[in-house]
Design a binder for this molecule. Structure first.
Ligand code: EPZ
Length: 415
C-alpha cells in the first residue's frame, strides 16, 4: 500500500458493518433449526473464512457481498474444524460454543488471529465445563463433548469478550438457565444477544456485568442486521483528526464511540454527533493527552494503536497505557522509522509529539497495527510504503477506496 501524506480528509463516508459482531453472529446460525439471513456484514476476510468453515461443516450458504448472507444450517452435521481453517482468524473459536450448543460435540483447532499477546482460552473452557461439557485440550485441538448441556453459573476471572460470547452460544441451547458473571459489555455482545433473541432465544442482561440465558429447545429463522463497526468508525475519526480534515461518518452509533470522542475533544478536536453520524473537524493545535485502554465502555484496546499514531504529532508528551493485551506494541518500531519519538515503559507508551512524520517503508504485524500505519502514512510528509497489508483486509472493508473518496492519495500495488 502506497500513501502520499499531507492530504486533509474531507467529505462523507459510511462505515461498514462490525467485524467483531459479524464473527460472533455467523457461527451462531448453527444454533438455529432453520435458515437465517444476516445483513450489513462487512466484506472482509474474517467473514469469508467463517463462511468457508460453515460450508465445510455442511451448511448451505448464499453470500452476496455488501448485501446479505443466508445460512441454512440443517445440513451441518460436521463438528470438526481443522487448523487449516481455524488459523485464519481468532474468532474460529466461536465454533466451539456454537457446535456444543448445536449438537453437544465439537473438535476445533486452536485459533489464529493477531499476535498481540498469549491470548489463552482457559476462561472459555471453564465456561463450557460449567455447562457440563467434557473438555480435552491436546495437540492444538480442543475436544468438547456433552451428553446434555445443562445451564450453570459462570464467573469469569477477567472480563473476556470471546469467553462471554462463547458461553452465550453454548448456553442458548442448553437445558435450563445459565448466568454469566463478570461478563463483557462490548456493543457486539449486545448485538449477539439481540440476534439470538431474534431466533427465539431468551438472553437478558447483555451489556451489563450479568447475562442470563435460558436455553431453548428450538430456535427459528430470522433476518438480522448487524451493528456498524465501532473500531472502523473510530479509525476513521482518528484519520480525520490526523489529517486535519473535515469528515462526517454516517451509519455509526455515536454512543459506542464516547471514550474516543472524549479523548479527541480533550485534544482540542471538534467532534459533533447526530443520531447516526459523527463529524470530526480538527481546529488548530492538537494537545497531548493520556490514554488508558479499558473494557467497554472504556477506551477500546483496538483503537490504542491508531490513537498512538495520532498522538505522535500532538503538542506535548502523551501516554498510552495498554491494560488488556501484554504485547500490543509491534507498531512502535514502525512508527519510529517514520520519525516518531516513542518509548515503551512496561505497558505504557510515552510519546513526545514531533512537528513532522516522514514517509518510510513499514511492515504491518497485526490488524490494528496496520490501521496505525495507515493513519501515520496519511499524516507523514512524502510516501509511506506499507507491506503485509493482508492483515488490514481482515478487519477493514475496502479501506483505500474509502480513504481515496475522502481525498487521500493511497493505492495498492502487487509486489
Ligand atoms: C476480542 O478478542 C476481539 N476479537 C479483539 O479484537 C479485542 O481486542 C478484544 O476482544 C478485547 O475487546 C474478536 O472479537 C474476534 P478477550 P478476545 O477474551 O476475545 C485474556 C481486533 O483487532 N483472556 O476479551 O481474544 C486475554 O489474553 C481484535 O479486532 C484470558 O486470559 O479478547 C486478554 O489479555 C484484536 N483467558 C484479555 O483476557 C481467556 O480465556 C481480554 O481478552 C480469555 C481471555
Amino acid at each position: 500500500m502506497l500513501i502520499t501524506g499531507g492530504h486533509p480528509l474531507m467529505g462523507e463516508i459510511t462505515v461498514s458493518g462490525g467485524k467483531n459482531t459479524a464473527v460472533a453472529v455467523i457461527p451462531a446460525v448453527l444454533l438455529c433449526d432453520e435458515p437465517c439471513t444476516i445483513e450489513n456484514l462487512p466484506d472482509i476476510d474474517d467473514v469469508h473464512a467463517l463462511i468457508e468453515i460453515l460450508q465445510r461443516l455442511g451448511a448451505e450458504t448464499e453470500y452476496v457481498p455488501g448485501r446479505y448472507l443466508t445460512v441454512d444450517p440443517r445440513g451441518a452435521n460436521g463438528y470438526r474444524v481443522p487448523f487449516s481453517l481455524t488459523k485464519r482468524l481468532r474468532a474460529s473459536y466461536y465454533l466451539l460454543g456454537a457446535l456444543l450448543g448445536r449438537g453437544g460435540r465439537a473438535e476445533v483447532a486452536y485459533p489464529g488471529g493477531c499476535d498481540i499477546g498469549s491470548r489463552p482460552i482457559d476462561q472459555h473452557l471453564k465456561g463450557f465445563s460449567a455447562l457440563g461439557a467434557q473438555i480435552e485440550d491436546r495437540g492444538g485441538m480442543v475436544y468438547a463433548n456433552a451428553e446434555r448441556l445443562l445451564g450453570g453459573d459462570v464467573f469469569f476471572d477477567m472480563v473476556t469478550v470471546g469467553g462471554t460470547i462463547n458461553v452465550m452460544l453454548a448456553a442458548a441451547r442448553a437445558e435450563g438457565t445459565t448466568v454469566i458473571y463478570n461478563a463483557a459489555k462490548e456493543p457486539h455482545i449486545v448485538d449477539l444477544a439481540n440476534f439470538l433473541n431474534s431466533m427465539g432465544a431468551r438472553v437478558k442482561g447483555a451489556g451489563t456485568d450479568v447475562i442470563r440465558i435460558r436455553g431453548m429447545q428450538h430456535l427459528h429463522s430470522c433476518t438480522y442486521t448487524v451493528i456498524p463497526d465501532q473500531i472502523e468508525t473510530g479509525t476513521l475519526m482518528i484519520a480525520a483528526a490526523a489529517t486535519r480534515g473535515d469528515v462526517t461518518i454516517h451509519g455509526c452509533i455515536p454512543t459506542h464511540m464516547e471514550a474516543l470522542t472524549a479523548k479527541l475533544l480533550e485534544m482540542g478536536v471538534r467532534v459533533t454527533e447526530n443520531d447516526d453520524s459523527i463529524r470530526v473537524r480538527p481546529q488548530g493545535e492538537q494537545r497531548a493527552v493520556n490514554v488508558k485502554t479499558q473494557v467497554y465502555p472504556g477506551f477500546p484496546t483496538d483503537l490504542q494503536q491508531p490513537m498512538t499514531a495520532l498522538l505522535c504529532m500532538a503538542h506535548g508528551t502523551s501516554t498510552v497505557c495498554e491494560t488488556i493485551f501484554e504485547q500490543r506494541f509491534k507498531h512502535l518500531d514502525e512508527l519510529r522509522r517514520m520519525g516518531a519519538h516513542i518509548k515503551l515503559v512496561d505497558r505504557t507508551v510515552l510519546i513526545e509529539g514531533v512537528r513532522e512524520l516522514y514517509g518510510a517503508p513499514v511492515t504491518v504485524t497485526d490488524l490494528r497495527a496496520g490501521a496505525a500505519l495507515v493513519v501515520a502514512g496519511l499524516m507523514a510528509k512524502g510516501v509511506t510504503e506499507i507491506y503485509e497489508t493482508s492483515y488490514i483486509d481482515r478487519g477493514y472493508e475496502r479501506i483505500e477506496e474509502k480513504l481515496r473518496s475522502l481525498g487521500a492519495e493511497i493505492r495498492r500495488e502487487k509486489i
